[in-house]
Design a protein around this ligand. Sequence first.
Ligand code: MSP
Length: 450
Amino acid sequence: MGKQTFYITRAIDYPNGRPHCGHAYEFVLADAIARWHRLAGEDVHFLCGLDEHGQKLERSAKAAGKEPQAFVDEQTSFFTEAAKALNVSYSDFIRTSESRHVTIVQDLFEELQKQGDIYLGTYQGKYCTGCEAFFTDKDLVEGKCPVHKRELETVKEESYFFKLAKYQDQLTKHITSHPDFILPKKKRDEILNHIKEGLHDISVSRTSVGWGIPVRSNPKHTIYVWIDALPNYITALGGPKGKLFKKYWPADVHIVGKDIARFHAVIWPALLFALNLELPKSVYTHGFINFGGEKLSKSTGVHADPLEIVDKYGSDAFRYYVLREIPAGEDGDFTEENLVTRANGDLADGIGNLLNRVSTLVHSHFASKIPKPSTFQAVDNDLIAQSAITNDVDTLMRKYEWHKAVEKVWDFIRYCNRYLSFTTPWKHTEDKERLATVLYSLVESLRIIA
Ligand code: MSP
């Protein structure tokens, strides 16, 4: 039998600006989960990428005086470089302007047209180019976009529609019978309430946006950017007929931010039902990193450059900080000051100090070789028993509760420090056997902590 597979994706970013700390946050979360499963011996496929079509990109390219394709080609390296600097171990990086994506999206659209799940009609609605989404009046705040707080454009045009309403009952049934489909639980309740209010068919094409994937049978229409973007999770596997698809689909988890939960927990599963494909096992929605309380994004004008932070403090400090500081599924405020406090207090004084004390003793008394232990005493066995926290960490990581997992590791680090103070190996340098046992136990503990 082959290894157990684990397919994890994160949202594909809009490359209309530079990557910000919100993107970096999601890169790190998804990467930490991917690495955990890899460590457990699973065959992990980890997908990242870019969402390159749509009006927002078209406008950004124009503002930069470039053709859209040339513009997104140039923007790509900012995202791949950020991922590299953050030490993100993705297996594949998909760009939605690549032909491997375009052809399959056109095939899927055609299939849905043929079976009647996509039909032609007229759309009139209020559209936010920041969100690349239409809003109904009840979603608006003081008549403006609830996210970007700006006026919306009224758009009227011929459009293809997807029969979303048809899948309302099937979707409700799926969500209620699969408690892990939408995580965390509070998101699930929110989505169920939204569905209960009634789903409507959605517009899935534009005649006013040139920069997109053309509908094959009617190319004056381009496919709505979300219907183009969501299938990236399967086009990257070669589509429903692909070899990788057979191996990795359904995805174990889509990691996405709270602003795009509905697209992933309502529209995407409905599309998959229509295509007769399995649904992902989980859609995990994380919270937002705010910067001084303001949302980070190109369109809100608040920016924090992850590359600057990584240059200054290193990727581990950033990765540790976001995993430790922001509770899974909640929002958190990012401040450089807190990052420094965490890096100094936890990484340098906490783990760093333990590591230094232990390695100094190993260097000076065992010529830098890890010594073989002799008889374990009760205090050593207690330490070994504590190292069973890896089981708790595993359970928490599989429930996407990473900050609690980090807390568990900290319980163990504190225990190691107590063990060190209790056993005082630096006072027993004459008794080589005892010294070897204590240092071996600590080195092994450090391996587990790492
Ligand atoms: N292109 C769409 C996603 C399509 S997925 C099929 C998109 N792009 S985005 O660039 O705006 O956002 C990419 C991801 O980053 C999303 O999951 C989004 O929620 C997340 N974040 C954007 N700003 C964020 C924060 N300030 N904090 C945390 N994550 C945030 O949406």
